[in-house]
Design a protein around this ligand. Structure first.
Ligand SMILES: [Zn+2]
Ligand SMILES: [Zn+2]
Length: 134
């Protein structure tokens, strides 16, 4: 189990199984809500278990967007997009344990601000990364 929590500790969660990816997301939602970009762990929805704090999770939903921006209403910690259908997209910054996998890609680079330059050699995708069907 990979444990995680928000800054004030009201929201706690655990991730079972192995996340499928850890990536740097540069979308406008991550930029505004989490800083210049957000490190996100993505995995199967059924592997994410909310242990406490459902009542303090704020959900910002844009009608045009398929994802929900979740955060703790008490402390503002960004939690990612917790209800994205088949997958969870959790802010890696909320993890307390090492998820073991390491960042492998940058996604939504088309939305990053011009003043932020990516200086590593990880794969870059202008939009979403769609993993090849296995
Ligand atoms: Zn909190
Ligand atoms: Zn994003």
């Amino acid at each position: 189990m990979i444990k995680g929590s928000c800054l004030c500790g009201k929201v706690t969660f655990e991730i079972s199984g192995e996340p499928s990816s850890l990536s740097y997301c540069h979308c406008s939602r991550c930029r505004k809500a989490a800083g210049v970009f957000s490190a996100v762990v993505i995995g199967k929805a059924e592997d994410l278990h909310l242990r406490s704090g459902e009542e303090v999770i704020g959900r910002f939903k844009d009608a045009e967007l398929k994802f929900e921006r979740c955060f703790c209403k008490e402390c503002g910690t960004s939690l990612g997009d917790l209800s994205s259908g088949q997958i969870y997209v959790m802010a890696a910054s909320a993890l307390d344990d090492d998820p073991k996998i390491r960042p492998s890609l940058h996604i939504h680079t088309a939305s990053k601000p011009d003043w932020y330059e990516i200086k590593d050699d990880l794969m870059k995708f202008e939009g979403d990364y769609i993993p090849p069907a296995s």
